[in-house]
Structure formats: structure tokens, C-alpha cells
Design a protein around this ligand. Structure first.
Ligand code: SF4
Length: 612
């Protein structure tokens, strides 16, 4: 793998490698990236891996190689303190939310101490802290060269550092956000490189789809309203008409959200537009936005601060009007809701052509790697999804002895996954494995509903600490899980990957169901329809590969080291009753298998935690 990547770094081209857990894949790409003199950008799927590469792996390799290469860590602009916005919001606190006020004071203190402006270093401010939109910038609201703080701007400084570095560590979101910005001709953050290396490359397709498409979110619109309100209060408080217009727009944004019903919903936007109530609510937002545009025009000669938001209002109005045009083919039009906002997505169904163009245009070398790229021992699905024609592709198996280290149990006598008795069976299985493993269990779910039901069933019935996703941030929950050493953790999608718990704290992973995307998912439906039209097999070419990769990710949480031992329990009969079950099994590491839950319990009881 290292030799192949060395060749790409030297001569360009494309290389795709699936490298199982424990193969040393990180060093296999970092060494060629460091020993050659070309400029390399490494992109990771998660911020956690980005930090680990930059703060742990790179320094130790540079030391071992006795190399003096310049390295830089570059995150998306939302990760850096924006002093301009911080000062604006400290002077005119934008809300009476006590959390925001408290966090604003913490960030203001951090601003006096930080060198890098990286908000991850601000103690007490979590990734989802409410204050973040008020103290960081977006491509929309950043004033760029017009900004009075431009010379000292942290985003600018981070970018300058990245320009000078030989090796820059970024993440996929930044890569694609940057490409999207470059497409529209604005200044970009990321420097160009001779080689791009994508780790956790199984996420590239989905992230590329998000950025190659368009999203229109009422949250962005509300943020814009909040920004204008700060300028109104600080610079032109006598423009009462502006205050009233902002209030009216805020109400219509909230009303638009209400017509979509409960949160966490996803639906077909084309169908939603057939609903008169939704259309009327959307028209009200557009007409209020139109009125805001006219009022802002009158304010332009009062303060130059209004110029930038004025442009944004115009751009947003255009975006909202485009949301009515659902005629483009090759795109899925869908929406999703959160508690307060609704987002409309226009997502391309196939990014392969666009991604291939991007790869060709940059004339750089490209490396794609991950522990989970193949389906049924083939990389064809991954390569075709991104339009890749790699000179080198390979599957490097994990060096772990899965036959000895792990046991895969597919319990007998389970109800069908949709059966209403299924949560009851899951609780029963969970209780017995938690007892046998003395806590130390991950329970991974495909639905929040079932996760909550199982939590209710086990949380008071076990002596071990039980944590559930949503009780705190992912980082804090994982820290607590590891610290206790005998805890139980229940999580959905975000816990299926990027979680690395080695050793004693984790001995058992229970998966409630094969992770097929819900057939009601509008994006999946559109992709399957598109596959059918182009003569493909919708299930085999779209739904199955997605689910196999997701399952491999979930399974990958169990054995992270040569000395780890554990049991994987998949509570889904379809693995043995359906033909496609074989594809899943063949795609998993080669573990000893059983259908007897007692054998799994026995295996767990006999794991010597001092030995692992
Ligand atoms: S240039 Fe942009 S990011 Fe930097 S301080 Fe100014 S507004 Fe904030």
C-alpha cells in the first residue's frame, strides 16, 4: 500500500485501497506524503481523525523520519473564532437565552488567550454549543477584505499557514465546500496540492452529493435576520420599519416550519409543493423577504455595514424562488426538519461524472482509503460511484485473528425485525449479554424509537452505568463510557462509525437490524428510481452496498487491537433467511459463527479482561 501511494505521490494517478483495521493504513500514506517533496493535502471524514493525525501521528513520524517538513491543520471556517462577530454580539447580545450569554462570556475570555482561534480549544464550548453561530463566520456573512479585523483574522491566518505548509490536514467537508466556492469564483480556503489523500473515503460520495447540490435552510435565513437585527440595534435604531420587518419575517419563518409537522421528518419536496398550505407559507416568507430587501435599500446610505446583508437577502430570495422549480432531472428534491427549522435539498443522484471532472481538472494524484470500501470483496461499487479508474486498487486484510478474537452470533428464534415483539426480544438479549460481559457493551440501533424502548427496558434493570445518545455530546458520552470501564452505551447512526474504544471497556456489540436506509427516504427512493431507468438493479446496486458498508462500520467498533476480544450479535433473521444475507456475511471479517446465544454468553464470560 505504501509503495503504491509513493508512486501516486511521485507520478500522479489514482489509487484505491481498502485497509482493514490494524493494517497501519495511516502510516502507509503518511510516510510517502512526508518523504517526497511534493505538496500533499490529506482529507479525513471526521474532525476526530483530523486532530489525531495532526497532533499524534504526524509529530511521531516526523521525529522517526528525522524530517523537517512543514505541516498545517486547516478546518472549515465555522471552527475558527471570528473576532468581528464576537465583538458585535458582545456589544449587542442577540438573545436573552442564558446559555448563549454565559457561553459568549467564555468565548470572549478565550479570545484574549488564543493563538490559533480554534474554537475546539475553548474549554466548555462543545461542538453543538448554541453560541457558535454568533462567534464564528460563514462564507455568507464573512466580510473578507472589507472586515476591520481582516489583518488579524484567524481564518485568514490558518489559510496562510496552510498555503506555506508541505502537508495540510483537512476534512472532506472543507474539501467539497471549497470546491463549491471555487466553482462560483469566490476566494477559497484550501491551497492546491500535488496529491490529495482521502482517508475514511467511504464517506466521500455522500458528502460530495451534499456539496454538488444545493441546500436552502430556514436556519440560514434566520441567521441572516439575526445579523441584520444586530446592525439595526447598534447603528440605525431609529429605522423602526426595519425592526418591524425583521419581526414579521421571523414569524413567517417559524410559521413555515410549523406547517411541516414534527421534527426529524424527511419527505419529497415535489410532493410537499402540492400542498397549498406549504406553498402559501413559503410565499409569505418570500414576500416578507422582498419587503426586507426594499427597506434595506433605504438604509444603505445610513451605514455601510448593511451592504453585505443586503446582497445576502437578494441571493436568498433567488434561492427560495428556485425552490419552486422542481423540473431538473437527475436530482432528488427533498426536505428535512429539525425542531425549529426546515431545509430543502436539491441533491444530484449521481456525482461520478462531476467528481471525475474535478479529479481530471486538478491534474493531481488522488488516493482513497478506508477500512470499509468493498462490498463482497469488490471495490467496483466504490470506484463507479465516484467515476474512478484507479491505476492501483487493492483490499488489504486486517492482520487480526478474527476467528480467535471474535464470535459472531445470529440468535435463533427471533421475531421478524418489524414485529412489535422485537424490542422486547432486544431487551431480553441486551440484559443477558450485559450481565455476561459485565457491562462493556455497545447497543447500536437503526431507529431512535427502538433505542428509546430498549433504554427504558434496561436502564433500571442493570447494575452497570447506561448511557444513551442525546444525553450529552458524543465526545462526552464516549469519555464517560471509557472512564467507567463497565458501562453500556446505546446509540444510532453517529455511533456506528468513528468510535475507537480499545481494550477492556468494550467486549460486545449488539446490532438491532441490518442498516438498510428506510424505503421511505426520499433520496433513496429517487436514487433507486434513477437506477431502474438506467437499467441497473436498484436493490443490488444502491440499497445493498450502502447497507453493507454501514454494517461493516458498526462491526468495526468491536475489535480495535490484536489483544481485543469480543462478541458481535446481529439481531436480524434476514442474514440467514434472505439470499442477500450472504453478501453481508462475506463482507464481514471472518469470525467464528454461532446461532446459539448461550455460546456467545459463554464466550463473553470467559474473556479475561486482564489479558486483553
Ligand atoms: S474576515 Fe471574516 S472571519 Fe475574519 S474576522 Fe472578519 S468577518 Fe470574521
Amino acid at each position: 500500500m505504501a509503495v503504491a501511494i509513493d508512486n501516486i505521490v511521485k507520478n500522479g494517478g489514482q489509487c484505491v485501497v481498502e485497509a482493514g483495521t490494524g493494517t497501519g493504513k495511516t502510516f502507509a500514506y503518511l510516510v510517502p506524503a512526508l518523504v517526497n517533496n511534493n505538496k500533499v493535502v490529506i482529507s479525513t471524514g471526521s474532525k476526530a481523525l483530523q486532530e489525531q493525525l495532526f497532533h499524534r501521528d504526524l509529530p511521531s513520524l516526523l521525529k522517526a523520519l528525522k524530517k523537517g517538513r512543514k505541516t498545517a491543520l486547516l478546518k472549515g471556517r465555522a471552527n475558527y473564532l471570528c473576532t468581528y462577530r464576537l465583538n458585535q454580539h458582545v456589544a449587542h447580545v442577540p438573545t436573552d437565552d442564558s446559555d448563549v450569554m454565559h457561553q459568549l462570556a467564555m468565548v470572549a475570555k478565550f479570545a484574549t488567550e488564543t493563538q490559533s482561534g480554534d474554537l475546539a480549544d475553548c474549554v466548555g464550548i462543545e461542538e453543538d454549543a448554541k453560541v457558535l453561530p454568533y462567534v464564528s463566520s460563514t462564507a455568507d456573512n464573512c466580510l473578507g477584505k472589507e472586515c476591520p479585523d481582516f489583518a488579524e483574522c484567524y481564518v485568514r491566518k490558518a489559510r496562510l499557514k496552510a498555503m506555506e505548509a508541505d502537508l495540510v490536514v483537512i476534512n472532506h467537508h472543507l474539501f467539497f465546500a471549497d470546491m463549491a466556492v471555487k466553482d462560483s469564483g469566490f476566494a477559497e480556503l484550501m491551497p492546491t496540492a500535488d496529491t490529495y489523500i482521502f482517508d475514511e473515503a467511504h464517506q466521500v460520495n455522500e458528502i460530495a452529493s451534499d456539496y454538488f447540490g444545493e441546500t436552502i435552510s430556514t436556519k440560514q435565513l434566520q441567521d441572516l435576520v439575526n445579523d441584520i437585527r444586530v446592525i439595526y440595534l447598534s447603528d440605525i435604531p431609529d429605522m423602526l420599519q426595519l425592526g418591524k420587518t425583521l419581526n414579521k419575517l421571523t414569524t413567517s419563518i417559524a410559521d413555515l416550519r410549523l406547517v411541516f409537522g414534527g421534527d426529524g421528518a424527511r419527505g419529497d419536496w415535489r410532493e410537499a409543493l402540492q400542498d397549498k398550505v406549504i406553498c402559501e407559507a413559503l410565499h409569505r416568507v418570500i414576500s416578507n423577504l422582498d419587503f426586507l430587501y426594499k427597506v434595506l435599500k433605504l438604509c444603505l446610505d445610513r451605514t455601510e455595514k448593511i451592504e453585505h446583508p443586503f446582497e445576502r437577502v437578494l441571493a436568498f430570495k433567488g434561492q427560495l424562488e428556485r425552490a419552486f422549480d422542481v423540473t431538473q432531472t437527475g436530482y432528488s428534491y427533498w426536505f428535512e426538519t429539525t425542531r425549529r427549522f426546515v431545509t430543502i435539498h436539491i441533491t444530484p443522484l449521481d456525482v461520478s461524472r462531476r467528481f471525475q471532472e474535478l479529479v481530471t481538472k486538478t491534474e493531481a494524484g488522488f488516493v482513497f482509503t478506508s477500512a470499509t470500501l468493498s462490498v463482497d470483496n469488490s471495490l467496483t461499487h466504490f470506484n463507479s460511484s465516484l467515476g474512478l479508474k484507479p491505476e492501483f486498487h487493492k483490499i488489504v486484510d486486517s492482520p487480526f485473528d478474527y476467528k480467535k478474537q471474535a464470535l459472531l452470533c445470529l440468535p435463533r428464534y427471533l421475531p421478524e425485525t418489524k414485529d412489535e415483539l422485537m424490542p422486547h426480544s432486544l431487551v431480553k438479549i441486551a440484559k443477558s449479554v450485559i450481565k455476561a460481559a459485565q457491562g462493556r457493551t455497545f447497543l447500536l440501533f437503526t431507529s431512535y424509537r427502538v433505542m428509546h424502548l430498549v433504554y427504558e427496558g434496561i436502564s433500571t434493570a442493570t447494575e452497570y452505568p447506561v448511557f444513551m445518545q442525546g444525553q450529552s455530546s458524543k465526545r462526552i458520552i464516549l469519555e464517560q463510557f471509557v472512564r467507567h470501564g463497565n458501562a453500556v452505551l446505546l446509540g444510532t447512526a453517529s455511533f456506528w462509525e468513528g468510535v475507537d474504544v480499545r481494550g477492556d471497556a468494550l467486549s460486545c456489540v449488539v446490532i438491532d437490524k441490518l442498516p438498510f436506509t428506510s424505503p421511505d427516504d426520499p433520496l433513496l427512493q429517487a436514487k433507486m428510481k434513477d437506477a431502474e431507468i438506467s437499467g441497473k438493479e436498484p436493490f443490488e446496486d444502491i440499497q445493498l452496498p450502502q447497507a453493507v458498508i454501514a454494517l461493516k462500520q458498526g462491526v468495526g467498533r468491536l475489535i480495535r487491537d490484536r489483544s481485543d476480544k469480543g462478541v458481535l450479535i446481529i439481531c436480524d433473521n434476514r442474514l440467514v433467511t434472505r439470499k442477500y444475507g450472504e453478501t453481508f456475511i462475506k463482507s464481514l471479517p471472518d469470525m467464528t459463527r454461532t446461532r446459539d446465544l448461550d455460546k456467545a454468553l459463554n464466550f463473553l464470560e470467559n474473556i479475561d479482561t486482564h489479558e486483553t
